[in-house]
Ligand binder design. Structure first.
Ligand code: NAI
Ligand code: MG
Length: 365
């Protein structure tokens, strides 16, 4: 059997800097755990524009469609701010998401004990938190027709349409139940079935998919506004939350901040299962290319490292190895090793990007 394949797209700014640490970790898993990947690397974003005049070449797009998982750093930077919209670095990322049809966006909110002080909530409410928000990413009110600003009588009217088909709801629901089986086996679905027809359909379809295919997973439903309250009141009651594009946008940003720093937040975007059963998948840190610290060895590689941990768990069925890696990150933080973004007071010298990566590897050993 051939090794699972991984396409690495470091991108711009701190993207290549944090990805260099992930490459060390990928090598570690090959050397020490016999977990070999066929790794290829390519350009995306501004780097691809500089080399090819486009933020994503057709060849790279094709490769992304063929591999088992794509791991991306970050794209963008001031150098590209004045480019035409059609070749902006972000377009490379958008093209990947669109052509791979990545409808299921996974944003974990995981609070490492050592960083619980960074949360805006009380320590005991967030310490040990480990929840996953799944946001539907390719439909809903950001895409529904009709849309626009029209003239009605003598005033303007802004229009957007929330629209979900049964199959769009069912596929993201499946993604949530599959994930729940690899975690705490609990899904909470959020909508506004009390005031929106699309919400009624959402609730019905999620329930139907559950009853027919995933009766072993514990399912509950919550109105999204109540869910927002519960998320800040007692977030640890949740395991997997599945919701639409709009509510997911808000809830995932709020949940992410329960845990503190942007430098710690991984994400995944998953699509339909491929012939080998693995979902189409793109893993990336939530943060951008951070031009303000690029080239200074200050970037925190943890968000990208934890994105690779998500790939191990959700693309490669290596849940135990994923946990091993997450525990290593946690142990490094518990030792007090900190990149600059995780420091609250001066006095100690912050760890560099590669010192942080090396510290994680030392813990893995
Ligand atoms: P950003 O996430 O790049 O940076 C925001 C702040 O957080 C900065 O002060 C930065 O130094 C800090 N930061 C981010 N990641 C960090 C890390 N790993 N370690 C330590 N500090 C970190 O967002 P910003 O500044 O709004 O955007 C910068 C560029 O990145 C823009 O061109 C934007 O379009 C692009 N961007 C790309 C994304 C992507 O590739 N998915 C996502 C967000 C922004
Ligand atoms: Mg957002």
């Amino acid at each position: 059997m051939s090794n699972p394949s991984l396409l690495i797209l470091p991108g711009d700014g701190i993207g290549p800097e944090v990805m260099a640490e992930v490459r060390k970790i990928i090598s570690w898993f090959g050397d020490k755990r016999g977990l070999e990947f066929d790794v290829s690397e390519d350009l995306v974003g501004g780097a691809a524009y500089d080399a090819h005049g486009t933020p994503l070449t057709d060849e790279t797009m094709e490769k992304a469609q063929e591999v088992d998982a794509v791991l991306l750093g970050a794209v963008g930077g001031p150098k590209y701010d004045n480019l035409d919209f059609s070749v902006k670095p972000e377009r490379g990322l958008l093209r990947l998401r669109k052509e791979m049809d990545l409808y299921s966006n996974l944003r974990p909110a995981q609070c490492f004990d050592a960083l619980a002080d960074f949360s805006s909530l009380k320590k005991d409410i967030v310490a040990g938190l480990d929840i996953m928000i799944i946001r539907e990413l390719t439909s809903g009110i950001y895409f529904g027709e009709p849309r626009g600003i029209i003239k009605e009588g003598n005033e303007r009217v802004g229009i957007n349409t929330q629209r979900y088909t049964e199959s769009e709801i069912a596929r993201v629901a499946r993604s949530a139940f599959e994930l729940a089986r690899k975690r705490g086996n609990k899904v909470c679905s959020m909508e506004k079935a009390n005031v929106m027809e699309s919400g009624i359909l959402w609730r019905d379809v999620v329930q139907e998919v559950h009853d027919a295919e995933y009766p072993d997973v514990e399912l509950s439903h919550m109105y999204a506004d109540a869910g927002a309250m519960q998320l800040v009141r007692a977030p640890k009651q949740f395991d997997v939350i599945v919701t639409d594009n709009l509510f997911g946008d808000l809830l995932s940003d709020a949940a992410a901040m329960l845990t503190g720093s942007l430098g710690m937040l991984p994400s995944a975007s998953l699509g339909a299962p491929m012939a080998n059963g693995r979902p189409k998948a793109l893993y990336e840190p939530v943060h951008g290319s951070a031009p303000d610290i690029a080239g200074q060895a200050k970037a925190n590689p943890c968000a990208c490292i934890l994105s690779f941990a998500m790939a191990l768990r959700y693309s490669f069925d290596q849940g135990e190895e994923a946990t091993r890696l997450e525990k290593a990150v946690e142990a490094v933080l518990a030792d007090g090793v900190r990149t600059a973004d995780l420091m609250q007071a001066d006095g100690v010298d912050p760890a560099t990007t590669s010192q942080m990566g090396d510290a994680v590897i030392a813990k893995l050993d």
